[in-house]
Write a protein of this length. Structure first.
Length: 1280
């Protein structure tokens, strides 16, 4: 034995796996024992395990702007709560080396149960955990659970720009440490562990492809799910808990993964618990035990081989052609009457979850388990002393808990994170280049504007050069937020220390910050006329870099403290308003009220501004008298020692905020807990077998498929043909990759065709190509609808009556069993109900052809059957239906009329009818020599996937060649060519181009405006936040300038600074916060626009309509509070004009944000863009450098900026006609003049042109609306 399993050394994976996976695991087990590193194999016992949580009593309740407002005025009214029992008391034993399958409906409690075993349940005031969980006799808090248990979540949270191999390698290194640190006998397997799991999970072909996400093209959905599984498996724990890992996988791939887990389980003695939806009989057979949960009750936990006999004893028998898992879910969900075998009277059959739980607790299976639990953890319950020793070795994890929890030491772990963060930045070139280009442009523009400017403007000039970095740092909130979900997943698994993550997140920004500071600062410094000595430049640069890092750390900290980007942006806006207002520029230091002076000394901007001002005016180019005079005019009286005090304070801020960021990440979690939900809204469907009834279907005719019914809308029946279709994408290397190869098929009205194949075979790609939804790549071949490959008008009357339209809606609700929940908000529906809503949205568009991409993924068997029967009814109305599906049960598979089967590489393996009981498809494969026959009671869908080599690592013959040489192919091609001809029976139209939209412009606008208003009303984080913040800013600004008389140059300049600052802040807040809202809506627009629901013009106008009421409210609140606190003109007309101009400017900023959201590829780049634009708005506003001081070469820029028009109008109406006398000192000469004359001479603000400025704002507003419309019409960032 020792000679056979003496080593695991190998040069490559192929050598290491020589002899198969089972032999490898045996060698691994042998060597583990030899070096005393055996896998601990725990016996898991849970006794009276329960979990309850306090949830809002109102089902599907969602906060709105109204409810948030009401909560402010009625704080004594608490939200009514109710106790949700997610898990009722349950007991059981998970034996070492066992495979356990959890069968349950979505929301039944399976995720909560798995989290309980993993020690991941929330434990706070709102929750209550009951009972005990013991791991080989030890409590979870006595051992290192993270090293013992690996939990695979339902959701796929990954860094999209990392490749699959990099994702696995990172997890491997974090959890297992460096290969060179392993015992010598294990180093080879440690080095090849990543490659091992890539092969086991069938990911070796896409190992160097980025994982991707909804916006970045990467691996397929099924492959991404396998990445989620593999990221946990590489950790090497001995108890694996997998939550719905088959979503998006074909049944063959699911079988191969479960089989690999079984091999590991049986060889090394670990335990696996897997929750699956719609598992095939072949997959179910891989498990030893089954645990069934319904509504939090355990209704069965025992041997798989006894479960059908157990339910037969309860009066239910599984029919021959029904998958056992489907049967079990149906029965325990209270819909088992049709399976009654007559041994138990119908009235006595179990229906509720409580009934099944009570019956199970009375069974012999449960009694045996209960007896074992009562005897405790002891040697007598194990087959051998060796097994007991392995189970008891879990105690070693109690000792290891006293050591480090992490696989890597602090320094290697931090370096590994630094390398990952570096890759994330390098693989986002739009963001990197955006920052560099922004620095070049802004630096040049800043230098150009302040080229050799008078020292009188140095305070504002240096102020803005510093404030720029505050705006740039604002972008860090979005960047950090996008990585936070991954952090929340990896940190509880002890991938790394929070300190290491915070350091890496901070340090990786240093090179980018240095480059940006150097480019922008150098251009600005040497063009602006500041002292051109190396010493002064270095001080200036050090101050910029110190401030940049301090404020970036501050913004990163805010992202960790905030529950959402919108809240983070709001907190940032409050902070920025304080920092800039009390910087010493907007209001000079000696004018700040005593109750706000503390903010002057806290503001990082004031420390940076003071340091650079003192450094500049301490140079030899100024005489002591000149220096003192200028600094006094800026209210700066501190000595030169404050230059370095400022730098030290900024560096201290950097370390303080970085530390606080780490603490926030470590102690605060904003995770949506999905394990518990209020009982979902039910459809009130009856429990009897006749729950599936034929209902009137939209567009169905009586007796014939004529494309209409008595009350619904007529549509155009369509023959869809594809001929020699090929699709190519261009890889980053420039090489073309072919995804679809010569596919020829036809899809006829009234038929439902399944599009199936291995995961990654090209199913979704083919559907997108046919539907005309691919935005890139090269398409070769023909897509023909009713004989036409070009656009022509469908022959259907646009003059549908309102009654017809409403009939269509009501019939669709009936068809999809949604009538009883038609008034519920979508956010409160279950996953399965949302699926039906999604299908219904497409159906009421009255299409001739319906494409459905995996409509049953994530659903249990009952829900999947409801959905697919609804889809079948839609097809029977005369519509053409093409549907991708991964793991259909026998009953679902046989609902389809035909099958298009794709083999890996995008080849056609079969296209044709299925026939009754799939006989035609089975006969075709049986006719091919060397093809295995289907076993009795085997699922035909699983069989044909196995035949063509779906799954992982299966080598089979090329069935695409067999199909190409078959008579079936010839007859299919002839039929396709015939249907592709123009026929008088069918009206020509096409899916390749946008067809005319069914409804008129006004109706589109009306419906879109209603939808957007509802969306905004139900987004309190965005709108209520503005309604809260803007009055707050009004109070802050108003109290800072409370009744401040405009009786001196300093005070007048401070008042103008306040107006500028008010415009800037309110405008920029809207500019920044609207990005998240519009970017989120943009994804919906792309989907609905591709379905031709509406045009870009009504959509862009609806965005405007949605903003108007909220902008009016917040501007009225802000201006009213600030205006009267400060004590500006008491003329009512001036007040109204001030408010209206302020509204115009703020709305213009908001629409600039909407425009950038549509124009830029993603939210991060849009943040960079609006940051650059806001800089231009500030520079050319006429405050930082008044218009008379500008050079003629660039002064014309002020006519393009809404800020210039707004500031001129607002200052002009307040001070342009004030005749009070003030003293103005210039060049040592003091002159008396009126305030109006000073405003005109210094700023060129003239009250007689205020209406011209207002008209200028209106023109800019109109131009922005046109720009938004044109961008939505001609620019798309959807990459498919």
């Amino acid at each position: 034995m020792a000679s056979r399993y003496s080593t695991l050394r190998a040069d490559d994976l192929e050598t290491m796996l020589n002899g198969g996976l089972e032999r490898f695991y045996k060698k691994y087990d042998h060597l583990s024992r030899k070096i005393n590193l055996q896998l601990p194999t725990p016996e898991v016992r849970f006794e009276n395990l329960s979990f309850s949580v306090q949830v809002p009593a109102e089902v599907g309740a969602h906060g709105t702007v109204g409810t948030h407002l009401a909560s402010i005025f009625t704080p004594w009214e608490k939200v009514p709560m109710t106790t949700k029992h997610a898990l009722h008391p349950m007991s059981g034993i998970i034996k070492p080396g066992s495979m356990t399958l959890i069968l349950a409906n979505p929301g039944a409690g399976k995720s909560t149960f798995l989290k309980a075993l993993a020690g991941k349940l929330q434990d706070n005031k709102q929750t209550e955990i009951g009972g005990d969980i013991l791991y080989s006799g030890l409590r979870g808090d006595e051992i290192d659970l993270v090293k013992l248990v690996g939990l695979v979540d339902q959701t796929d949270n990954h860094i999209p720009t990392l490749t699959v191999r990099e994702t696995f390698k990172f997890a491997d290194m974090c959890v297992n440490g460096r290969p060179e640190d392993q015992p010598e006998e294990m180093r080879d397997i440690a080095a090849l562990r990543t490659e091992l799991f890539l092969q086991i999970l069938g990911l070796e072909n896409c190992a160097d492809t980025v994982v991707g996400d909804a916006l970045l093209r990467g691996v397929s959905g099924g492959e991404r799910k396998r990445v989620t599984v593999g990221e946990v498996l590489v950790g090497g724990q001995s108890l694996f808990l997998c939550d719905e890992i088959s979503t998006g996988l074909d049944s063959a791939a699911t079988f191969d993964i479960i089989k690999a887990l079984r091999t590991w389980c049986k060889t090394l003695g670990g335990s696996v618990i897997v929750a699956l939806l719609q598992p095939t009989p072949e997959v179910v057979e891989q498990f030893d035990d089954i645990l069934m949960v319904n509504e939090g009750h355990m209704v069965y936990h025992g041997p798989r081989t006894e479960i059908l006999d157990y339910f037969q004893g309860l009066g239910f028998t599984c029919p021959p052609r029904v998958d056992p898992a489907d049967f079990l879910i149906e029965v325990t969900s209270g819909r088992g009457h049709s399976y009654s075998n007559g041994t138990v009277p119908n009235k006595d059959l179990a229906v509720t979850s409580e009934d099944f739980n009570n019956l199970f607790c009375q069974s012999s299976i449960y009694r045996k388990t209960h007896e074992a639990i009562s005897k405790g953890f002891n040697e007598h319950q194990f087959e051998s002393a060796e097994d007991f020793k392995k189970a008891k070795s879990v105690a070693n994890l109690a000792r290891s808990k006293e050591k480090s929890e992490f696989g890597l030491a602090f320094v290697p772990s931090t370096l590994l994170l630094l390398n990952r963060q570096k890759l994330i930045w390098l693989r986002d070139p739009p963001l990197l280049w955006g920052k560099v280009i922004e620095a070049i442009i802004v630096g040049l523009v800043l230098g150009m504007i302040y080229f050799d400017v008078s020292s009188t403007y140095y305070l504002r000039m240096i102020f803005f050069s510093i404030a720029l970095f505050q705006r740039q740092a604002w972008q860090q909130i979005t960047i950090s937020f996008q990585l936070r979900k991954v952090f929340y997943k990896q940190r509880p698994r002890n991938f790394f220390r929070t300190t290491s993550y915070a350091i890496a997140e901070s340090v990786v920004q240093i090179p980018v910050n240095l480059v940006v500071s150097f480019i922008l600062g150098t251009f600005f410094y040497f063009m602006s006329g500041l002292t051109r000595t190396f010493e002064k430049y270095i001080v200036f640069f050090i101050v910029l870099v110190a401030f940049q890092h301090a404020i970036s750390a501050y913004m990163t900290m805010l992202s960790s403290l905030s529950p959402s980007i919108t809240v983070g942006q709001a907190l940032a806006s409050i902070s920025v308003s304080f920092f800039l207002l009390f910087s010493g520029n907007i209001i000079l230091a000696d004018l700040i009220p005593d109750y706000w002076i503390w903010m002057y000394w806290f503001s990082p901007v004031s420390w940076a501004l003071r340091s650079n001002m003192l450094s500049e005016f301490s140079s030899d180019r100024y005489t002591p008298v000149e220096s003192a005079s200028l600094l006094d005019s800026f209210s700066i009286s501190e000595g030169t020692e404050f230059i370095w005090f400022g730098i030290i304070v900024l560096i201290a801020y950097y370390f303080l905020f970085t530390t606080l960021n780490g603490m926030a990440l470590h102690y605060i979690r904003y995770e949506k807990y999905k394990g518990v939900s209020v009982k979902p809204l039910t459809d009130n469907a009856p429990d009897e077998d006749n729950v599936y009834v034929e209902v009137a279907t939209p567009g169905a005719a009586d007796g014939a498929n004529k494309g209409r019914n008595s009350g619904g809308l007529p549509f155009t029946p369509s023959n869809l043909c594809i001929k020699d279709l090929e699709y190519f994408v261009t890889l980053p290397s420039g090489e073309e990759k072919q995804l679809l190869r010569g596919i020829t098929a036809h899809f006829e009205p009234g038929r439902m065709v399944a599009l199936m194949g291995a995961t990654g075979a090209g199913k979704t790609t083919l559907m997108d190509v046919i539907a005309g939804r691919k935005t890139g790549g090269r398409i070769v071949g023909d897509i023909i609808v009713n004989g036409s490959g070009v656009l022509s008008q469908p022959a259907s009357s646009p003059n549908f009556t309102k009654e017809q339209r409403m009939n269509l809606v009501h019939e669709t609700l009936d068809l999809l069993e949604l009538t009883s929940i038609s008034g519920a908000m979508v956010g409160g529906l279950s996953v399965e109900q949302k699926k039906r809503v999604t299908i219904g949205v497409e159906v009421v568009a009255n299409p001739s052809i319906l494409f459905l991409d995996e409509p049953t993924s994530g659903l249990d068997a009952r829900s999947a059957l409801i959905v697919m029967r609804g889809v079948q009814s839609i097809a029977r109305t005369g519509r053409t239906v093409l549907c991708t599906i991964h793991q259909p049960s026998i009953s679902i598979f046989e609902l389809f009329d035909g099958l298009l089967l794709l083999q890996r590489g995008g080849y056609t393996a079969y296209f044709g009818d299925l026939g009754v009981d799939s006989v035609k498809m089975l006969e075709y494969f049986a006719s091919i020599p060397g093809t295995m026959e289907i076993r009795p009671q085997y699922n035909p869908a699983t069989y044909m996937l196995e035949v063509i080599g779906a799954g992982i690592g299966r080598d089979v013959k090329d069935y695409s060649v067999e199909y190409k040489n078959s008579e079936l192919y010839k007859s299919n091609r002839e039929r396709t060519l015939k249907l592709a001809e123009v026929s008088s029976d069918f009206v020509c139209h096409s899916t390749l181009n946008y067809t005319p939209i069914a409804t008129g412009f006004l109706n589109q606008l009306k419906e879109l405006a209603k939808k957007q208003q509802l969306t905004y009303w139900r987004n309190p984080q965005y709108n209520f936040m503005r309604m809260f913040l803007f009055p707050l800013f009004g109070v802050i600004f108003g109290t800072t300038f409370y009744q401040l008389e405009a009786d001196s140059v300093k005070r007048i300049n401070s008042h103008i600074g306040l107006i500028y600052n008010s415009m800037d802040f309110i405008g920029v807040i809207n500019l920044m916060t609207v990005l998240e809202v519009t970017c989120a809506e943009r994804a919906v627009f792309y989907r609905e626009r591709m379905s031709n629901y509406y045009g870009p013009l009504p959509y862009s106008l609806s965005l405007w309509f949605a903003e108007v009421p909220y902008l009016i409210i917040v501007i009225v609140l802000f201006v009213t509070i600030e205006y009267w606190l400060v004590g500006w003109s008491d003329n009512g007309g001036d007040f109204i004009f001030f408010m209206f101009v302020f509204y115009l400017y703020t709305s213009a900023c908001t629409y600039v944000g909407q425009w950038m959201s549509a124009l830029m590829p993603n939210e991060k780049v849009a943040n960079v863009a609006v940051g650059a634009l806001s800089c231009l708005f500030n520079l050319f506003s006429g405050y930082l450098l008044p218009r008379p001081a500008m050079k003629a070469g660039y002064k014309w820029f002020t006519y393009l900026m809404p800020s210039s028009y707004s500031l001129s109008a607002l200052v002009g109406v307040q001070f342009g006609e004030v005749q009070d006398i003030i003293s103005v000192t210039e060049g040592g000469v003091t002159t008396d003049m009126t305030v109006a004359q000073y405003i005109e001479d210094t700023y060129d603000f003239r009250p007689n042109r205020k209406y011209n400025f207002m008209v200028g704002l209106l023109v800019i507003w109109a131009v922005l609306q046109v720009a938004i419309y044109l961008t939505f019409k001609y620019v798309s960032h959807l990459k498919r």
